[in-house]
Design a binder for this molecule. Structure first.
Ligand code: SF4
Length: 296
């Protein structure tokens, strides 16, 4: 199943957002429940109506914008759950609306398994998180949202995502330490550390957010003792050769094939089968000089 843009508006203005501002400027009418139903029904009859990950049949990602701002959010969730029974659904969210306990409770009831929420945390404190999210007060709401979901939605798969880029990487060890202190039961959620994608606003804001793998993998290396305290950490978008040998099993192949490249230097690499390669846009921006084929 593909990524489905559930709603095009957002209440954050994240500096590394992969959408362009033109996306949120669109008329939202096409994202209302009626349009979403028509689109999914056409998809289920075999039409190619979605873009990203269109060929994946094993999961659905509900993206945005911020899906929880959808005016018919719960009807939409109920519809997707009913029409896709048994298919894992992941909701990508900034988590702020879950700061409202009533909203979080309704969500817990509607998000029947297999269902996960992936919530992005940008830093260990408002000074870092709110500067990335572009909204004062976002940190407090996101953290309260995570807390509410942990308390109210025991059947939900909860993923906390830290996206590494130029404005978040320095605080990375402190963000991990914050999570371990605030949410110490790491069996209740999984942690994903994501190297940012160069797309949309993150491309436009390249001077602020630009980050090479040499820098993000150094941050991973320095924070390895903290990372190992999490029960189920994962690394997204990292080429295997860019992380230390002990962290390599955490790497996941996370992007569709058309968004990745194995430059000639990857030929003969022993890790290639389990490696994402390079993100295409990263390759265009930074080249492949950092890659070091893994020997057997
Ligand atoms: S050399 Fe290429 S295939 Fe090998 S680990 Fe690095 S990016 Fe992956």
């Amino acid at each position: 199943m593909p990524d489905i843009a559930a709603w095009n508006k957002c209440d954050n203005r994240c500096v590394m957002c992969t959408n362009m501002s033109s996306f949120s400027a669109q008329d939202s009418a096409q994202y209302r429940l009626k349009g979403q139903v028509e689109k999914l029904e056409r998809y289920l009859r075999g039409a190619r109506v979605y873009g990203k990950n269109a060929d994946r049949a094993d999961y659905v990602s509900l993206t945005g914008g911020e899906p929880t701002l959808h005016p018919e959010f719960f009807q939409l969730l109920n519809y997707f759950r009913r029409r896709l029974p048994g298919t894992p659904i992941t909701l990508l969210s900034n988590g702020r609306r879950f700061a409202d306990r009533r909203f979080a409770s309704r969500f817990a009831a509607a998000a029947r398994p297999p269902f996960a929420a992936a919530i992005a945390l940008h830093g260990p404190a408002p000074r870092v998180h709110d500067a990335v999210a572009g909204v004062r007060g976002a940190f407090a709401q996101t953290v309260r949202g995570i807390k509410n979901l942990l308390e109210l939605a025991p059947d939900l798969g909860l993923e906390i995502r830290i996206v590494l880029h130029g404005k978040s990487v320095a605080a990375f060890p402190r963000t991990l330490a914050f999570l371990l202190k605030k949410f110490p039961d790491t069996a209740r959620y999984c942690l994903s550390v994501v190297h940012y994608e160069i797309e949309g606003m993150s491309d436009k804001n390249h001077r602020q957010v630009g980050l090479k793998f040499s820098a993000s993998s150094a941050a991973l290396r320095g924070a390895t003792p903290l990372l190992k305290k999490f029960r189920n950490p994962r690394l997204y978008h990292f080429p295997v050769c860019q992380v230390s040998a002990e962290l390599r099993p955490l790497c996941r192949v996370t992007l569709p094939r058309e968004e990745r490249i194995y430059p000639p230097v990857c030929r003969g690499c022993a890790a290639r089968r389990k490696c994402l390669g390079l993100m295409l846009e990263y390759y265009k921006k930074f080249g492949d000089a950092e890659l070091r084929p893994v020997k057997r």
